[in-house]
Design a protein around this ligand. Structure first.
Ligand code: NAD
Ligand code: TYD
Length: 358
């Protein structure tokens, strides 16, 4: 069925992969990408789609109520897929304020806009959907065993996860209080093309290519469940199309690895694909440097994704070995994308591309 989708944060890592997936697989959906273009927003990631007839980019802030109201009216938005957020735990430790503003106030502002347009206006449309993309980090930290289910009590432990938990609660409150047609997804750590190199996997790939140190926090034993971004984006489409209103769905990759395992694997893959380029002639594993641990570092995340499997028939297609092979190949084939991020030139692209038009 045709839809007009507001994707927030579509110039970020997951958002850009999601916009791509929609334009490739849903020819009758119109996609409006609203993004503030913070340091994490990168128009290069969607440059080839800028002129796509079903696509419109709007630079703007999800905290801007007037902008949201006019976009909802003008475009007759019937579906929201809300990615926009401050997303990096380390930044939330050194500067939490922007996390509170964007993740909590921004989500609230977006909920208000959807409520105004969908409920208060009297134009109630049964097909409207508001999908909030959230994280497994809201559930806290696991010991050596166990999995997060949708029933696991919230126990966020970083400013980032606390801000996402808060936004999840607001989204759920708009369902119970006003009947806003919401859905929530809580996923594990994504990896794949277009990820900003502050996150573990692209950081290690970039540093490994340049022969720089590979920082491993603490003892490297912290465990994450790695989800290939394309699998995640397909799961989100499934939830938009078939999810039960008011429900949350956990999305995981069934790929638990500790950080040292991930870093060592990436070192070995780069050595194998590129040869030993280090002046010392040593393998890239010699670049691994154990550094001071992250404050409040969650030890283990692991997702039980049975609900989305049983209710909606979604399971990940990619094993970690397949996903990481695609990811490493993508970064090697797209070094210009990474170079523009590292030298900062990606941030000038907005003026070059849209300066005259907007
Ligand atoms: P990202 O940091 O790569 O991208 C965030 C995007 O949001 C950027 O394009 C940025 O410009 C935009 N943005 C930030 N503040 C904004 C504002 N005030 N108004 C409009 N746009 C704004 O993030 P990501 O890794 O793609 O994550 C997307 C979503 O998925 C986030 O909500 C995050 O919490 C969630 N999530 C991510 C992961 C992961 O592994 N990356 C895991 C679980 C959940
Ligand atoms: P990250 O990619 O920041 O995602 P998150 O904190 O949301 O899980 O980090 C993934 C794991 O890797 C986490 O346990 C922290 C660790 N890590 C390092 O050991 N070194 C690094 O340089 C980074 C960025 C992360």
């Amino acid at each position: 069925m045709a839809k007009t989708v507001l994707v927030t944060g579509g110039c970020g890592f997951i958002g850009a992969n999601f916009v791509r997936l929609l334009l490739e697989t849903r020819p009758d959906w119109r996609v409006i990408n609203l993004d503030k273009l913070t340091y994490a927003g990168n128009l290069h990631s969607l440059a080839d789609l800028a002129e796509h007839p079903n696509y419109r980019f709007v630079r703007g802030d999800i905290c801007d109520q007037a902008l949201l109201d006019s976009l909802f009216q003008e475009e007759r938005i019937d579906t929201v897929v809300h990615f926009a957020a401050e997303s990096h735990v380390d930044r939330s430790i050194t500067g939490p304020a922007e996390f509170i503003r964007t993740n909590i106030t921004g989500t609230f502002t977006l909920l208000e806009a959807a409520k105004k347009q969908w409920l208060d206006s009297g134009n109630k449309d049964e097909n409207c959907r508001f999908l909030h993309v959230s994280t497994d980090e809201v559930y806290g930290s696991l010991g050596a065993t166990g999995f997060f289910t949708e029933q696991t009590p919230y126990d966020p432990r970083s400013p980032y996860s606390a801000s996402k938990a808060s936004s999840d609660h607001l989204v759920r409150a708009y369902f119970h209080t006003y009947g806003l047609p919401i859905l929530i997804t809580n996923c594990s750590n994504n990896y794949g093309p277009y990820q900003f190199p502050e996150k573990l996997i692209p950081l290690v790939l970039n540093n490994g290519l340049q022969g720089k140190e590979l920082p491993v926090y603490g003892d490297g034993g912290n465990v994450r469940d790695w989800l290939y971004v394309q699998d995640h984006c397909e799961a989100i489409v499934r939830v938009v199309e078939q999810g039960r209103l008011g429900e949350a769905y956990n999305i995981g990759g069934h790929n638990e690895k500790n950080n040292l395992q991930v870093v060592e694997l990436l070192c070995d893959m780069l050595d194998e694909k590129l040869g030993l380029l280090l002046p010392s002639g040593e393998p890239r594993r010699s670049l691994i440097t154990f550094v001071k641990d992250r404050l409040g570092h969650d030890r283990r995340y692991a997702i039980d994704a049975d609900k989305i499997d049983q209710e909606l028939g979604w399971t990940p297609k990619y094993t970690f070995e397949q996903g990481i092979e695609k990811t490493v190949t993508w970064y090697l084939d797209n070094q210009a994308w990474m170079d523009a991020v590292i030298d900062g030139s990606y941030q000038q692209y907005y003026a070059e591309m849209y300066g005259k038009k907007l």
